[in-house]
Design a protein around this ligand. Structure first.
Ligand code: DX5
Ligand code: ZN
Length: 215
């Protein structure tokens, strides 16, 4: 189980938070981008991201909660992210967006909100590298894990043999909720406030690793 750290909610500035995350043993920096349209909240423009990501050394796991993902591609591709994840709920030609991201040799993720059924993913499972299941409503860090997420993961896992996608769970992950994911074969967990609202990030990551892996 790899750990991707979100810096959406923190006691420090974004830049300082990213630096502190870089100093840990985590596997990815999870970058939540919101446009005020797909979700009410708005954070980074492509210009903001240029300076924000310039000092990051961790592999990037980018989560686009935006209506126009393609507007961000020119900027994001400069940083060679490992994953760019878009939302299935976009009322657009998803296959076309997936193909455009793939052209940059970047892995593509598809994310679903808590109210979206797993069945909606089926037409895309052969085209994508990652499914990011939201365990909270997108928009804010620090929300509680929605328990129904566990059933959705079990349903998704039925398709793991047939296709090659990895799974990721995002939202409300702490040392308690992570233990509920133990037998669900999750590849990447995204955790934010559990780590970034504390002084010692590495300590929090160690606790997640301890409770999230079979010994
Ligand atoms: C929610 C974001 C999540 C979130 C994770 O819209 O996609 O990545 O910030 O933060 P925590 O772990 O605080 O729920
Ligand atoms: Zn996210």
């Amino acid at each position: 189980m790899k750990i991707s750290v979100s810096f959406l909610k923190s006691n420090n500035t974004y830049a300082d938070t990213i630096k502190l995350i870089n100093d840990t043993s985590c596997d990815y920096l999870h970058v939540d981008i919101m446009d005020g349209l797909f979700v009410p909240q708005k954070n980074f423009t492509p210009q903001d991201l240029e300076s924000l990501l310039s000092k990051n050394n961790k592999p990037l796991d980018i989560h686009l909660m935006v209506n126009s993902p393609l507007d961000y591609l020119d900027t994001l591709t400069k940083f060679h992210p490992e994953y760019i994840t878009i939302h299935l709920e976009l009322e657009q030609n998803i296959k076309e967006i997936i193909a455009k991201i793939k052209k940059y040799n970047i892995k593509v993720g598809l994310s679903i909100k808590p109210e979206t059924n797993i069945s909606k993913l089926l037409p895309y499972l052969s085209d994508i590298d990652l499914v990011l299941i939201m365990a909270v409503n997108p928009g804010l860090g620090g929300q509680s894990f929605i328990p129904e997420t566990l059933n959705k993961i079990k349903e998704l896992n039925k398709y793991k043999d047939k296709y090659y996608f990895k799974t990721s769970v995002d939202g409300g992950i702490n040392d308690i909720t992570i233990s509920k994911l133990l037998d669900l074969n999750i590849d990447i967990i995204v955790s934010g406030s559990y780590i970034t609202t504390q002084d010692n990030y590495q300590n929090q990551i160690n606790k997640l690793k301890k409770n999230g892996n079979h010994n």
